[in-house]
Ligand binder design. Structure first.
Ligand code: V47
Length: 364
């Protein structure tokens, strides 16, 4: 394989990877531009195995989207709706509790909860849904509210982000998911999500969370109008932030799904691009412990192959995924533990059911 990498003109990057030396932005761009997927994958797999051996993680989780009403109405999103839309919905605190109650017989360890930027729900609503979940399921880990929502909640609370996070944590918040990062580039934000919190703002919220010991994830929405340079700028900003505050757990590249969005004329991402994003991220984000291939977006088959191209996590059981399915995802809405374990074993990896903070619940 090393010969293949050298023939692909990536021998210098191979040397850096072997020496555990950081690759540069130029190296990252070369990896993206390389037509030799196997060479890029080999480099990523080397980093993956150094950091995570043969481990491949998944989680037993439940997704709850408390409301799709949103004032940002990003062009790439099929989930967010104006309040006046007949497709708009909003769960009451009791509805959220019922969702949790319905699945109390399952060994769910994490609830992943996000929603739109709602124009008029009060701050108390967010506190009440966190407390309501913990009332019904006290031991569950709540990973909720993207950095974009947290900034909005701080506005509602009339307090700095730091103080707002402390209030949310007291109510039951345990960690923050990686959504809302999109592509940090101001050009992309201007063209696709001009009302959304800026990239700098997103990173600032994540770093404030890290400084108080709260773990967060990071994403990048790829495969629309962003350039390779903009992808690398995004990864570079994440890597720099992680050097400073160290609280990111996982990076998840999110493949753009165009259906029912204002960008529906664009095509879905290709398999090559899906694997490249995993592989380049694994090589570039040397300070991120985990790279997740989110099976809901890329499909279980691609997530399985991604385990040899840098990924060490496939997310989890999920169930009732709305955001990607409204944008045309054709994947199932849920996977069982048995399916996840089979998928991972077939890839030659060791399936590990994890908690949110990558604590081992069971090895299969
Ligand atoms: O914030 C919106 C993105 C995100 C589309 O942290 C779209 O572990 C593709 O962040 N096509 C929500 N993507 C999902 C998310 C996530 C998922 C799984 C695990 C984790 C984690 C985070 O999805 C949004 C936005 O960035 N998104 N519309 C679309 N049409």
């Amino acid at each position: 394989m090393e010969d293949l990498v050298k023939k692909a003109g990536l021998g210098d990057i191979l040397q850096k990877v072997k020496d555990n030396e950081r690759i540069s932005c130029e190296d990252g761009i070369r990896l993206y531009n390389s037509p030799n997927l196997l060479a890029v994958g080999y480099l990523a797999n080397t980093v993956r195995e150094r950091l995570n051996g043969d481990n491949a993680y998944f989680i037993y989780n439940q997704h709850i989207n408390y409301s799709n009403i949103c004032t940002n109405l990003c062009k790439f999103c099929a989930f967010g709706k104006d309040k006046s839309s007949d497709k708009a919905y909003e769960m009451t605190v009791e509805d959220v509790k019922e969702k949790v109650r319905e699945r109390l017989d399952e060994p769910i360890s994490e609830i992943h909860m996000v929603g739109g930027i709602h124009p008029d729900l009060p701050f108390s609503y967010y506190i009440d849904i966190l407390k309501g979940i913990k009332d019904v399921r006290p031991d569950v880990h709540i990973q909720a509210f993207t950095c974009v929502e947290i900034a909005h909640l701080a506005g509602l609370a009339g307090k700095p982000v730091d103080a707002t996070l402390k209030i949310l944590r007291d109510a039951g918040l345990d960690s923050i998911p990686g959504g809302g990062a999109e592509v940090f580039s101001p050009r992309i934000r201007e063209l696709t999500c001009d009302k959304k919190l800026s990239g700098e703002g997103w990173l600032e919220v994540a770093q404030i969370a890290h400084r108080q010991g709260l773990k967060t994830n990071a994403t990048m929405l790829y495969g629309h109008i962003e350039t390779i340079e903009e992808r690398i700028e995004h990864l570079d900003a994440l890597r720099t932030a992680q050097d400073e505050t160290g609280g990111f757990l996982a990076f998840i590249p999110l493949s753009f799904h165009p259906k029912n969005t204002e960008m529906s004329k664009l095509s879905r991402t290709s398999g090559i691009d899906d694997l490249k994003n995993i592989a380049v991220a694994r090589c570039f984000l040397d300070n991120f412990p985990h790279i997740k291939s989110y099976w809901v977006m890329v499909g279980p088959k691609m997530a399985q192959i991604a385990l040899s191209f840098g990924a060490d996590d496939v997310d989890g059981t999920v169930k009732e995924e709305i955001i990607t399915h409204m944008a045309g995802a054709e994947t199932e809405q849920a996977m069982s533990i048995e399916e996840l374990v089979r998928l991972i074993k077939e890839a030659g990896r060791t399936p590990i059911q994890r908690g949110t903070l990558y604590d081992v619940i069971q090895t299969y």
